[in-house]
Design a protein around this ligand. Sequence first.
Ligand code: FRU
Length: 523
Amino acid sequence: MDCKKKILGLTALSMIFSGGNFVSMDIPQSVYAAAKTPRFTVEKANDYIQAHKSEVNSRWYPTYHIAAPYGWVNDPNGFSYFNGEYHFFYQHYPYESKWGPMHWGHVVSKDLAHWKHLPVALAPDQKYDVDYTGGCFSGSGIEKDGKLYLIYTAHHETMSGKRTETQALAVSSDGIHFEKSKKNPIIKVPKGNDFSAVDFRDPKVWEHDGKYYLVVGTKTTDKPSLGEIMLFESDNLEKWTYRGIAAKSDSVENGFMWECPNFAEVDGRDVLILSPMIFADGQESHKVVYTIGEMNYETGKLSHGDYDLLDYGFDFYAPQVMQAPDGRCIMIGWMDNWDIPIYDSKSGDGWACMMTVPRELHIKDGKIISTPVKELESLRQTETRYQNLNLNQETQLDGIHGSVGELLLDVDTKASQSFQIKLRSSAKEETILSYDNGIFKVDRYKSGVGPGGMSEVQLAPSDKLKMQIFLDKSSVEVFLNDGEAVISTRIYPDESSQDIVFIPNGNLKIDNVAFYTLDKGLE
Ligand code: FRU
């Protein structure tokens, strides 16, 4: 690998990243200078959303995936269980469909399938969490003694570009209204030269043996830097002790900054999930990886294996996990990505970006497998099913079409080593799923008006291919072989492109195919 080329690549991307997101604000100096009272409050955000939500164009707006009622969304935050409900928050700029000073949007669900919007939970209204720009950056949530605790990154950025990141706490008794702690910021970057004092964000909290632990993403001070995870410990969620670097990237290929660390227990193993800025050869950036290992709570170090991808699609970043009351590890990701200009922001539709469906994580043969949570079956309405089909020409099946639905397919890949399925198809558009001798691809070059591109994954050898596909107007999520691989992709087709077409290359032997129309899951 040409080292120079790689480092140049990193510089360019980090510039695009900071230029494209964190400092994209265009606030007139007069407004900034006059801002004695908070420019942003929860009340202002909620009033604005109420006044504007009817302007949202529904053509690509999801029906059962989480999105904001109005405005911009990025990372999942504060995913937790409190008072008998799943609470899910998200990075949110309610005033426009582009990134701006971050608020926390909020939805709630009893069953992980039907979600209801709640008022905005946090606004950047304190001097530690906003200046010229900044905001309540990503963080997590946990229940303690009948209260819901949110710990987030207070990102403070002056007009001259001086950035400070600290961690702050907000607490709620009713799960709706949150009060920021008077002790904020509760964690400042510890003294030392091992890590950056500027990139220090995205706390993920969990409980272990009666104590609380928290990981924060950071990077070394080397040039180029390497991603790192810092570990903190607490008895009460307010006073934290720095325990050290729990894990560190061993090469630039594994990320120059690790964002949104998640620590989870999956089937008795410890799993670290990371959103590295740059992964692999410098070409693929903003991927999500995991590594399986063992946390030594005495030394504060995680011993772990290799890194693997959690999703092979274009649109998957910054996922957050939570431990459900029944012990399952459940994950929701942001179904968009910083690397490609986000089409929602250009569409003029009044909203931008959405989440994936909730996925359940397990470990099989040393790898994470992720499957849609069982509860999503409660969205199923009408069923159309066919069995033992042998197709030898392009075929559409009665009852199997649409822009919203769930498609299940079992294909005999011994008899059919190569085939295609076109989704959201019409004379002018198509999103092509293809299988060819173990290689599965999703091609969105002709999907509609959004960005093109092709995602692919090499599957383990098998005589069967099982697909579970979720369609929701502007998204396609494909789960392969019960979670062996997942591909998540946003698409922007015309509303009239509704066909689903099966295209054999020779013979297509389908053991089972079922299509479900789905209930509206987002209110
Ligand atoms: C990841 C991220 C986080 C940060 C947030 C800001 O997408 O950059 O590191 O907290 O977005 O919105």
